[in-house]
Design a protein around this ligand. Structure first.
Ligand SMILES: *Cc1c(COP(=O)(O)O)cnc(C)c1O
Length: 360
């Protein structure tokens, strides 16, 4: 048996999470599958979403889009970051893509391009202050886009900076600003990421753009009423491959950051930061052994981590350790490590990936 770390991806859970998006919104859905579908595998995930008839798929850049087309994906594909240079326009035409338009330079380029018409998504910056046209630039950008020979439909979009923090007034301000700017335009609208979908029904518009919730992970740090409707699509597991009984006073791992305060039984697991497990996860971060909770002790190494088995006398070599998945949300592990589940999921590497479908 080779190194036992494995990410199991369950398509049945993916379909259920998509179903939840549809139930909550009833709107057209853009399945966000950038960054290799948040570490789940862009093509396999795209195939499932396509079979479920999502209205569009979204990726960050043209390389990700071409990869999907070459993998046989035929759904509409949106480039969320838009094109970076004029050379991408023939590819946008060839691969039949749509693109976000976020700044004047792109409209200058588009106004010279005479390829087949395609859809564009006009990004309005309502307060995220990352990309998009500022409110006072919007109507001029819109007017110029409509004059471009290759522009077919325009969808009006914006992005929230704080939709995952429901107590902040920011999202409502962004919604109100977007609505006042786009009032009187016949174009379709699109505002919501996962947090918007779950928390801000007034912003559902015509299209929604779920990412992390499709993978069954909550975008919220605090518990959310919909948490139990999300099913983690990825389960990251490995095995205990070595066990030691250590006396009190024994330091564990690099830097001796954890020292046993009594005799302890310590298991070593074949998982490290080179697999994408967060190196900053401190002692105390939860893991499951045969479904029972225990904790990390000491620093994460490149290929290994240590866990406390003192209260699990039956745990042995070869037993399954769940790093995240059912019973241990990636969000919870991420919180211990000072990051978000998105980063854990899309950092996954080296692990064997196994696709299953419990509905079959
Ligand atoms: C990544 C991304 C999304 C999806 O965000 P989630 O929080 O994962 O739902 C939506 N819209 C844009 C513009 C994005 O870049």
């Amino acid at each position: 048996m080779s190194r036992p770390i494995q990410a199991t991806i369950n398509f049945s859970s993916l379909r259920k999470n998509l179903q939840l998006v549809r139930e909550l919104t009833g709107k057209k859905v853009i399945g966000v599958i950038k960054a290799d579908a948040y570490g789940h595998g862009a093509i396999p995930v795209a195939r499932v979403l396509e079979e479920q008839k999502v209205d569009c798929l979204a990726v960050a850049c043209i390389e990700e889009a071409i990869n999907l087309r070459e993998g046989g994906i035929q759904s509409p594909i949106l480039l969320l970051e838009g094109f970076f240079s004029e050379e991408e326009l023939p590819q946008i035409e060839q691969y039949q893509l749509s693109t976000v338009i976020r700044q004047t330079e792109q409209i200058d380029i588009l106004s010279r391009w005479k390829g087949k018409p395609f859809d564009v998504w006009l990004k309005i910056d309502t307060g995220m202050h990352r990309i998009g046209f500022l409110p006072h630039e919007f109507s001029e950008a819109y007017r110029r886009l409509k004059e471009c020979p290759s522009v077919r439909n325009v969808v009006l979009m914006t992005h929230f900076s704080s939709a995952d923090e429901p107590e902040k007034p920011k999202t409502l301000q962004q919604i109100n600003l977007f609505n006042s700017l786009t009032e009187g335009y016949a174009e379709e609208t699109c505002m919501c990421n996962s947090a918007g979908i779950m928390q801000w029904p007034a912003a559902h518009g015509d299209w929604v753009r779920p990412g992390v919730m499709l993978y069954g992970s909550s975008p919220f740090i605090e518990p959310h009423p919909l948490d139990n409707r999300l099913e983690p699509v990825m389960e990251l597991t490995s095995q205990i491959f070595s066990i030691h009984n250590l006396p009190a006073g024994a330091p564990i791992g690099y830097g001796e950051t954890f020292i046993t305060d009594r005799p302890m039984r310590i298991g070593v697991v074949a998982t490290g930061y080179a697999d994408g497990y967060p190196r900053h996860a401190p002692s105390g971060t939860p893991v499951l052994v045969n479904g029972q909770r225990t904790r990390l002790v000491g620093r994460i190494s490149m290929d290994m981590l240590s866990i406390d088995l003192s209260h699990l006398p039956n745990a042995g070599i070869g037993d399954t350790v769940t790093l995240w998945g059912k019973g241990l949300p990636a969000t919870e592990v991420a919180h211990h490590a000072g990051t978000i589940s998105y980063e854990l999921l899309c950092n996954l590497k080296r692990a064997r990936i196994k696709y299953i479908d419990t509905a079959e």
